[in-house]
Design a protein around this ligand. Structure first.
Ligand code: SD4
Length: 327
């Protein structure tokens, strides 16, 4: 029955034609077929994460497991210096992790300031499924993870320790745009039925103050979705994203009829206006990705250099340079 419904839905989309479903900017890329299932993720490490998520989805494990296991690829990779194992530590040399996950029914779970657990996204899922809460933080999150069978491990790799020691020579908190500080993985997925899922996980801003929590575990800031409308997620300077409730606002703009690109652009402009005269302006970077209920998608950032990864039936492992506000 549900297969038949999907077939009808897809056939209907087919007869509507691509143009009626897409924002103008996306239409310019004639190679991209707009449909679902579809997965988008921030940055180029999203390629591998998307690949994994796609496999899980195709194996019938569901969208929630797909986004969870997708971003776990990045969490486990020591070369990715801003997510999970191998992530840059805070200024005290301690790796602290933030993550959240959300499903089509607006169920969500989150952990913040979590230490010594390689896969915070899975702990966030347990918070969502096994507790009456949305967010657990710090020691409480760690105790909960241990109670669920997670093993404690040292997440600070030799490479990250060396970089931290080098950073301490000057202790200058001025993140290098697109390199040092902006590689959170946020993943958005629309499945065969048009249902939405999202996940976001990070070690946060490098050299942050001990105890600092960014946007990534905050539902509405680092990630948000409404299954009737669409989904959005963020990367970049968390403080700026939190101040605008960035991802929730992108979704609300889509609810009012904005395309994913228009919605991301509006919020980036808002952030730009708020921070233009602040001391953080010269290192500020924020980027959003958005995916709406039709499978239309976009990415947009304040500065050049943000890219995102797309995976669907036609486009396996496509890396897209996001449009941006300023050079
Ligand atoms: C944070 N938004 O903690 C995160 C950092 C980030 O890629 O995006 N890194 O502020």
């Amino acid at each position: 029955m549900s297969n038949r419904r999907n077939f009808i839905k897809k056939s209907a989309l087919g007869t509507l034609g691509v143009s009626s479903l897409l924002g103008c900017d996306e239409l310019n890329n004639a190679n991209i077929i707009k449909t679902y299932p579809r997965i988008i993720s921030t940055w180029n490490h999203g390629l591998e994460a998307n690949q994994k998520a796609w496999e899980i989805l195709k194996n019938g494990k569901g969208g929630l497991s797909a986004v969870e296991q997708g971003v776990m690829v990045s969490e486990a990779d020591p070369q990715i210096r801003s997510v999970g194992y191998g992530g840059y530590p805070d200024r005290d040399g301690i790796v602290t992790l933030d993550a959240c996950i959300m499903d089509k029914n607006s169920n969500c779970g989150s952990v913040s300031f979590l230490q010594n657990i390689k896969h915070p996204i899975s702990v966030a899922r347990h918070v969502m499924e096994d507790t009456p809460h949305v967010m657990l933080s710090g020691k409480g999150a760690l105790d909960f993870a241990i109670s669920k069978g997670f093993k404690q491990e040292d997440l600070l790799t030799d490479d990250s320790r060396k970089d931290w020691i080098k950073w301490k020579e000057n202790s200058n908190y001025k993140p290098v745009i697109n390199i040092e500080n902006h590689d959170t993985i946020s993943m958005l997925l629309i499945d065969d039925s048009g249902d939405l899922y999202g996940a976001c996980t990070t070690s946060g801003a490098a050299w942050k103050m001990h105890g600092r929590v960014g946007d990534s575990p905050i539902i509405g800031a680092g990630l948000f979705l409404d299954n009737e409308v669409g989904a959005a997620a963020a990367t970049g300077l968390g403080e700026a994203i939190i101040k605008t409730s960035g991802s929730a606002m992108v979704v609300e703009l889509m609810r009012q009829g904005a395309s994913p690109l228009e919605a991301c652009k509006t919020i980036v402009k808002r952030i730009s206006k708020l921070h233009k005269s602040g001391p953080e302006w010269d290192y500020l970077q924020v980027g959003f990705i958005a995916l709406n209920k039709n499978g239309e998608y976009a990415g947009y950032s304040l500065r050049k250099g943000f890219n995102y990864s797309l995976h669907d039936e036609k486009n396996k492992n496509l890396l897209i340079d996001a449009k941006h506000e300023i050079g």
